[in-house]
Design a protein around this ligand. Structure first.
Ligand code: SAH
Length: 397
């Protein structure tokens, strides 16, 4: 099946697909949950949905002490406890009370696939039956977890497997944290996740509010305590949310660039029709001036696709774009997947493209393809076998 003709289709993203998180979040966010004083009977709150501040606020609203939140945070994120009954520094009465109105969810692990390079792809089932994937990538002493932000993705990038699932829904904070805790449990004794990249399924900046809540938990000193510099959020380029992120958290940003002219980028990434290259790079320059970013570079992700964006002219334009911001380039050889409409360039072509970049003096590396034997590599995350093999047409604007 050839899908290359899709390039000529008019593709437009509808307004509703780009609505920021709050309106499209399926489950209440921690803050909303905490703010709503009354919880319907039988509807237990999920402690994983709460940032520490939200949990403190919640206990205060219940007429209790804020330090309960700190105790609970330690149990969940330091001790790895999944049962409220085991929180032995809470009084028995308190535990019984908690057991009545709260729960600690965990995601069902449907399947773990092990790659020969040590990468593990984990398929989780969510409460509503939807499935998402996370990938554990050990490289040296670092153990990076790549997590999903949405079920499916609305952005419709032409080369991405996840896009074939079509738009789905935002993950809750508990579902983000469920991927983290569930993946950490698969590590050998004594090993922990050292880095988290939001490069799995979906667009994290569309799920903005829950992303921020998750970042807050991951960096909490009573939680996993990951330095913000060990967290990377990857986006296809939602300009207003990039700035909002930069105003909120000192995390690293990766931008899925993939093309060096608007004509090219319009073809493979419909989001470019909304925020073009000029808007994007203006945004990056403003973003880099924010106090959270100081000397941090933005990673420009560039998936090399044969005959689409792999010419020497592309390399030259990429150099120019790269020099216009503080950046490093990460080349990702296109990962083919079932029904993929494009091809990966030859090794020689990839090496030549990289050489042109490096000779110019810009920082550029080739991302080692990890886990591609188990379809865990970039852009290959979707429900194997269940994803539609035919590209879903995008709705008119
Ligand atoms: N929506 C966010 C997060 C996804 S990150 C974003 O676009 O950045 C996944 C990365 O893999 C993105 O850079 C994406 O463009 C890239 N990618 C998608 N499909 C790919 C494929 N088949 N081969 C290589 N990279 C791919």
């Amino acid at each position: 099946m050839s899908a290359i003709h899709h390039d000529t289709e008019a593709v437009h993203l509808s307004e509703t697909q780009l609505v920021p998180a709050t309106e499209v979040t399926a489950a209440p966010t921690a803050l909303q949950t905490a703010a709503s004083a009354s919880i319907a009977p039988n509807e237990r709150i999920d402690l994983l949905d709460f940032t520490r501040e939200a949990l403190e606020q919640y206990f205060i609203e219940q007429g209790d002490k804020a330090f309960r939140a700190r105790q609970i945070f330690r149990w969940i994120y330091k001790q790895g406890v999944t049962d409220i009954a085991e929180m032995t520094d809470l009084s028995r009465a308190m535990r019984e009370h908690l057991l009545e109105f709260a729960t600690i969810s965990s995601l069902e692990v449907v399947r773990v696939m092990d790659s020969i390079d040590g990468t593990k792809k984990i398929l989780f089932r969510l409460k509503d039956g939807a499935q998402v994937e996370a990938v554990l990538i050990p490289i040296g002493r670092r153990i990076t977890l790549c997590i999903s932000s949405q079920v499916g993705c609305a952005l419709g990038c032409r080369f991405c497997y996840t896009a074939t699932m079509g738009p789905g829904r935002n993950l809750t904070i508990a579902e983000y944290m469920g991927q983290f805790l569930g993946s950490a449990r698969l590590l050998p004794e004594g090993k922990t996740i050292t880095n988290v990249v939001f490069m799995g399924m979906g667009e994290p900046l569309i799920n903005f509010q829950n992303l921020i809540g998750t970042l807050s938990i991951l960096t909490d000193e009573l939680g996993p305590k990951l330095g913000a510099r060990r967290l990377t959020v990857s986006t296809a380029g939602l300009c207003p949310q990039i700035l909002k992120l930069g105003e909120t958290f000192p995390v690293r940003l990766a931008l899925s660039l993939h093309a060096t002219t608007d004509a090219q980028r319009d073809q493979i990434m419909p989001i470019n029709q909304r925020y073009n290259l000029k808007a994007l790079f203006d945004t990056l320059r403003t973003f880099q001036k924010l106090p959270t970013q100081q000397s941090l570079p933005v990673t420009l992700e560039y998936t090399l696709i044969q005959d689409i964006n792999d010419s020497p002219e592309d390399a030259k334009r990429l150099i120019k774009l790269s020099r216009s911001v503080r950046s490093k380039i990460n080349l990702i050889p296109y990962n083919e997947h079932p029904g993929a409409p494009y091809k990966r360039p030859s090794q020689e072509a990839i090496a030549e493209f990289l050489r042109i970049l490096q000779v110019s003096g810009v920082l550029a590396t080739e991302r080692q393809t990890r886990g591609d034997d188990i379809l865990a590599a970039c852009g290959q995350l979707a429900l194997d076998g269940e994803a539609k093999k035919i590209r879903r047409p995008l709705p008119p604007r």
